[in-house]
Design a protein around this ligand. Structure first.
Ligand code: GLC
Length: 517
């Protein structure tokens, strides 16, 4: 790990591994740690600074592993704890940090705590959850996947779950819950984890009076102030170790409330969902970038840039639609998609996110230009969100294509847990390696060229519909979001371009990195 900078999270490229779908080492059709270890070379060649592993813990998989039954072990489908330790060591040898995913809002209904809580009304574990006596459902709260947030266990007893009934919410007012998670953090830091991604980070606390959600009133379970005390104590723990980062999954429309999580004694970084949801539009993008940079500068935290993850429609697909924004409501499967347009824009977006100040997140498969698989047969859909919201996240969770001409593209020797589109034969790592026009080589080059990452950012005025900025004295990125080709500023050379162009005219939906004179 020598030579790696302090505060690495401030400008890192962080690659999200969704273990079920990265690579399968044992032929059961589900990705695993053995697969990640075998394919670590891909991540080294890509040049990423860190990987974030989505949950790998024992789980009944009611929500693809976000329903954890033991935070100190690995699910057999993914491997063993010693394999996880070996992966951490091998990644470190390759100069790659490891971020693990902690899910504090809820645990699995199969976790020993919840089983004990269900077994007896007087069990101390009962207090670790939100059990309520009531003839009727205690509130009309709508869960995060849609549908009701309470399940009845007998005549008049209910428990709260903001996600599925298999994910009972923990009671964060209880000291044992707090102690348990502090001990889990230490468990993983002691094993060499370099960072923690905190799932649903703003949801932990609930107003114990259980009021209904009312416009203009404080929300009963989003962003309650008490949550900051937890992150302050987590920060103290992280600070006991060298160079550990806490990264929050904070969905928060209010920028002020969002940056509260990034105060100097709280989290190091949080995902920028404002940017992820932003339309492919010069004015909206520019104002989102300004909003992001201003808010983070005020608090001294590094901005982050996220285009895709395991919960949202892949951006090649999003950017190929008429409505290019993201929300769980507007991205219903089946909206017409122009994949060529989406791919062109996704290439330009890569040069945008990799040249703005801060850290960039790459969701596995984005470097291959994968699109959402919208044709998963209904009987193969596994995402619990589908039944509640009519939208499945499975389309962005399809196993990666590595090589060969047909599924399973060497992802597995068995049958992949979700079907891969046959068209991905052109998007395998093998097919793209060495092809300078491929998405993969674009990402490899861009990450390699990111040497300007500590240089000062400044906007460059290039007229209507053009986003352009410099980093330091001799680097510029120009992104053409106007309706016509635009001239490039004076430059010494074009370092990288997201698409072909002749002379000095940059086509629409194309970005270029320039060395300035
Ligand atoms: C987060 C995860 C998502 C999961 C949910 C419940 O939003 O990213 O995949 O379903 O939390 O844990």
């Amino acid at each position: 790990m020598s030579g790696m900078t302090n505060q690495w999270w401030r400008d890192a490229v962080i690659y999200q591994v969704y273990p079920r779908s990265f690579a399968d080492g044992d032929g059961d059709g589900v990705g695993d740690i053995a697969g990640v270890r075998a394919r670590l070379g891909h991540l080294r060649d890509l040049g990423v600074d860190a990987i974030w592993m989505s949950p790998w813990y024992p789980s009944p998989m009611a929500d693809a592993g976000y329903d954890v039954s033991d935070f100190r072990d690995i699910d057999p489908v993914f491997g063993t704890l010693s394999e996880a330790e070996a992966l951490i060591a091998e990644a470190h040898e390759a100069g790659i940090r490891i971020i693990i995913d902690i899910v504090p809002n809820h645990i699995s209904s199969e976790h020993p705590w919840f089983k004990a809580a269900l077994a007896s009304e007087t069990a101390p574990e009962r207090e670790y959850f939100w059990f309520r006596k009531s003839q009727n459902m205690p509130t009309k709260w709508i869960g995060e996947f849609g549908g009701t947030a309470w399940t009845r266990v007998d005549e008049d007893t209910w428990y709260l779950h903001l996600f599925t009934p298999e994910q009972p919410d923990l009671n964060w007012d209880h000291p044992v819950v707090r102690e348990e998670f502090e001990s889990i953090l230490r468990f993983w830091f002691d094993r060499g984890a370099d960072g923690i991604r905190i799932d649903s980070a703003a949801l932990l606390f609930k107003d114990p009076a259980l009021p209904e959600v009312t416009d203009g009133e404080p929300h009963p379970f989003h962003d309650l102030d008490a949550v900051h005390d937890v992150y302050r104590s987590w920060r103290r723990i992280a600070d006991e170790y060298a160079d550990r980062a806490l990264i929050g999954e904070v969905w928060m429309p209010d920028v002020e409330r969002f940056t509260n999580y990034l105060r100097p004694d709280e989290l190091h970084a949080a995902f920028n969902f404002d940017f992820l949801g932003c339309a492919w539009d010069p004015y909206l993008m520019r104002s989102c970038i300004d909003r992001t940079l201003d808010a983070h500068a005020r608090i001294g935290a590094p901005p982050t840039w996220v285009l895709s993850n395991h919960d949202v429609t892949r951006h090649v697909t999003r950017y190929g639609r008429t409505d290019t924004t993201f929300s769980f409501e507007n991205n219903l499967d089946g909206t017409p998609v122009d994949l060529e347009l989406g791919t062109r824009r996704a290439r330009a977006a890569a040069l945008l996110t990799l040249s703005l100040p801060g850290s960039a997140y790459v969701y596995q498969g984005e470097e291959l230009g994968l699109w959402e698989n919208e044709s998963i047969p209904e009987d193969q859909i596994q995402d619990p969100m589908y039944a509640r919201r009519g939208h499945t996240r499975d389309g962005c969770r399809v196993p990666l294509p590595w090589s060969g001409d047909e599924p399973p593209f060497d992802f597995t020797t068995g049958a992949p847990w979700l079907p891969q589109p046959a068209e991905w034969k052109d998007r395998t790592v093998e097919a793209q390696t060495g092809d300078p026009s491929s998405m993969l080589e674009l990402y490899r080059s861009a990450i390699r060229l990111r040497a300007f990452k500590d240089q000062r950012f400044a906007w460059l005025d290039r007229g209507e519909g053009v986003l352009a900025w410099t980093r330091g004295a001799d680097f510029a990125c120009v992104l053409n979001l106007s309706g016509a080709p635009v001239p490039l500023p004076e430059h010494e050379s074009v370092l990288l371009a997201s698409g072909p162009f002749d002379g000095d005219l940059l086509p629409q939906d194309t970005a270029a990195w320039l060395r300035l004179k």
